[in-house]
Design a protein around this ligand. Structure first.
Ligand code: GLP
Length: 257
């Protein structure tokens, strides 16, 4: 049974998740965090930086990120490696060698997926942070007729490309492929906190929690995990109360089905 924690604001929800991470970090000798990018966790990372300023050390922490765009160098302003460096790693005392993000510039992407899987399998992720795409994707596991279990290269859906376009100056620059941890890799974590804020996510949240597992809504696979908490603000929870909430943009189903 998935747990759902609702908060009136995203700010409160963020403090809740930050406190879970802080508690894990003080409990475990060598905690491993699974981290996500996107706008949703930005304030979570800000909160962790604040905790660091209050004395919380990250020197014993390992982080494993979910995904990275193919074709963006680590220092590209929109790469996920750069996102993590800017929002978290450069502001805390974590050894950079303990931070893992797939390499989107690897000359051989299949080999990069194998390398990343080996990293994922060599660690037990104690606490995995997830956001959710408005089409129900997690990491970059997009809706499809089948889902890959392990780390793989994925063609992004039109919906995701459009959702990401706001970060790039021209549409031609928006990456169309990504490397992402697979569904099984994500489900290997000991505990999972999926954060979703805003009405745009309400449909995906509702479908993910619906009691049915479907490759059309990759986040629904989280129902098969024993320790998942959905952390929602009021807007992301609206469809749980009103089942008629429509898909955010009926024009862009964002699915290849
Ligand atoms: C991106 C990321 C996901 C993220 C999602 C939602 O495509 N790969 O990890 O959860 O989209 O992003 P946001 O938090 O900006 O809504």
């Amino acid at each position: 049974m998935m747990k759902v924690r609702r908060f009136s604001t995203a700010a409160l929800a963020t403090v809740y998740v930050a406190a879970q991470i802080e508690s894990l970090m003080t409990r475990e000798a060598e905690p491993v965090l699974g981290l996500a990018t996107g706008s949703t966790p930005i304030n979570l990372y800000r909160q962790l930086v604040e905790f660091h300023h209050q004395g919380l050390s990250f020197s014993h922490v390992t982080t494993i990120n979910l995904d990275e765009y193919v074709g963006l160098a680590a220092d590209h302003p929109q790469s996920y490696r750069r996102f993590m460096d800017d929002h978290l790693f450069s502001q805390i005392d974590i050894p950079l060698a303990n931070t893992f993000v797939p390499n989107g510039m690897a000359p051989n992407l299949d080999r990069e997926c194998d390398r990343y899987d080996a990293i994922v399998n060599a660690h037990t992720i104690d606490l995995q942070i997830l956001g959710i795409g408005r089409n129900g994707h997690i990491g970059f596991n997009e809706p499809d007729i089948s889902l890959k279990t392990r780390t793989h290269v994925i063609d992004l859906t039109e919906d995701t490309i459009q959702a990401n376009a706001r970060f790039f100056s021209t549409e031609a620059e928006v990456p169309t492929r990504a490397i992402t941890m697979g569904i099984q890799s994500i489900l290997q974590a000991q505990s999972i906190f999926l954060m979703a804020f805003g009405r745009d996510k309400a449909w995906a949240v509702k479908r993910a929690l619906s009691g049915e597992v479907s490759t059309e809504v990759p986040a629904s696979f989280l129902q098969m995990h024993p320790n998942v908490t959905f952390v929602l603000d009021a807007e992301a929870a609206v469809a749980l109360d009103d089942p008629r909430t429509p898909y955010p943009d009926q024009e862009n189903l964002g699915s290849r089905l």
